[in-house]
Write a protein that binds this ligand. Structure first.
Ligand code: FES
Ligand SMILES: [Fe+2]
Length: 426
């Protein structure tokens, strides 16, 4: 349970709010690279309470500027890409990729006042197949070089979807290891994206032992289950400052596939969920991932199962125990149901947290501490400015069978020591 003041601190992200300042201290993903190909149309993007437009100019340079024209606010995403910028359709004002007004064709030459016009703009960079922006003040940090962002292109791919609730509910669904045994439980068989071996983890041990510890980039999260086969099944996920997670998506032993996820506020009542699929040991199956997505997400980036159709819940599917929730086998739709029905901003003064909510409690603490640290020192945690520091020897994301008597932290110390020694020898 949180006091109302703490809930406000964590969930309010508009300009000037403490939570908004924290989120603006880091680069944030805004769109996938393939949404804005050379010659492609501008895209309206809402982020952290600001309406923006992402576009490529006629030299294919990316710009991220205010959506509403500085003249009289017409939507620039409908504008013409020409003459070194984006031209408003209403009276032809032209803005370059830095938001500079470079033409006011309706004004006579002696009355033009482009130099007086201030239009919002933020820098952009591409990494991991995604366009990122930095909306903070002062020197921009580096975008972290996690493997799922820097790996060869065939090993990664990225998507995004809009969800209709506060960003923190999205983040909390992704850091919570306990809900998989309920919300996502499903029978083996056709349509189950998981291997039969891995599917068992949903149902074999429904009260996992959880743990969490602080690391340089956020928190490492452990969930240990005793399988019916007798094996100790450990999943290691992560929370990454300020709004990222890395859930495992492949099976033990020593699972090699996971997702990076970012939950970026559009405003306080909706957010964009980014998914970075990554497979360490082989290429990701992009056509299969695209096909699953096309079946479940609309072209305007919303879940096909949503509140307006009660998530297409099928009570017969539920009775047959094909799925626990009766909402098909596309896991992100289950999560959307769980978080959107909490209310647009969950009232955390009324919740009742138990022992398996330890990860939720600790990640909230990490976020509140990060806000405090930023306010007191002007510096948010985990920011990197030197390329030599942009590496993560303490990062691990996997699922594995571990020996009796070993726990999550001990397992990670063992595996990271092996991996880092091997990397140093190469
Ligand atoms: S509103 Fe854009 S040019 Fe007038
Ligand atoms: Fe989930």
């Amino acid at each position: 349970m949180l006091a109302q003041k703490q809930n406000e601190l964590l969930t309010r992200t508009g300009p000037g709010t403490p939570g908004g300042k924290l989120l603006r201290s880091y680069w944030q993903p805004i769109a996938t690279e393939d949404e804005i190909p050379p010659g492609g149309a501008p895209i309206p993007i809402k982020i952290l309470g600001e309406d923006m437009v992402l576009f490529r100019d006629d030299q294919d340079r990316l710009g991220f500027i205010g959506l509403h024209c500085a003249h009289r606010a017409t939507d620039l995403s409908y504008g013409r890409v020409e003459n070194g910028g984006l031209r408003c359709l209403y009276h032809g004002w032209l803005f370059d990729i830095n938001g500079k007004c470079i033409d006011q064709p309706a004004e006579p030459d002696d009355k033009k006042f482009c130099h007086k016009v201030k239009h919002p703009s933020y820098p952009v960079q591409i990494k991991g197949g995604v366009v990122w922006t930095f909306m903070g003040e002062g020197k921009a940090p580096l975008i972290p070089d996690f493997q799922f962002l820097t790996a060869p292109e065939e090993k990664r791919t990225a998507f995004r979807v809009i969800q209709e609730c506060n960003w923190l509910q999205g983040l909390e669904s992704s850091t919570d290891p306990a809900h998989t045994s309920y919300l996502h439980r499903m029978s083996e068989g056709p349509g189950n994206a998981r291997s039969p071996q891995d599917a068992k983890f949903f149902s074999d041990d429904i009260h996992p032992r959880l743990g969490i510890e602080n690391v340089s980039y956020g928190c490492r999260i452990y969930a240990l289950r005793k399988m019916s086969s007798g094996e100790n099944y450990l999943r290691v996920n992560n929370y990454i400052y300020p709004c990222g997670t890395t859930p495992v998506t492949s099976a033990p032993p020593r699972a090699q596939g996971y997702q990076g996820r970012w939950y970026v506020p559009r405003d306080d009542f909706s957010h964009t969920r980014f998914e970075f699929f990554y497979q360490h040991d082989k290429a990701v199956n992009k056509p299969a991932l695209r096909a699953i997505r096309a079946e479940n997400v609309t072209p305007d980036l919303h879940h096909i199962r949503n509140a307006s159709n009660r998530y297409l819940q099928d009570r017969d599917e539920q009775k047959r125990d094909d799925t626990f929730c009766g909402m098909g086998r596309y896991i992100p739709a289950h999560d959307a149901f769980a978080i959107e029905t909490q209310g647009v901003i969950q009232d955390r003064t009324k919740e009742h947290l138990g022992s398996t909510d330890i990860v939720i409690i600790e990640v909230r603490k990490a976020l509140l501490n990060a806000i405090k640290q930023l306010e007191e020192t002007g510096q948010a945690p985990g920011l990197l400015y030197d390329a030599a520091d942009n590496r993560f020897p303490d990062f691990l994301c996997t699922a594995d069978y571990i020996p009796d008597g070993e726990d999550g932290p001990a397992y990670c110390r063992r595996i990271l020591a092996e991996t880092n020694t091997k990397a140093a020898a190469e």
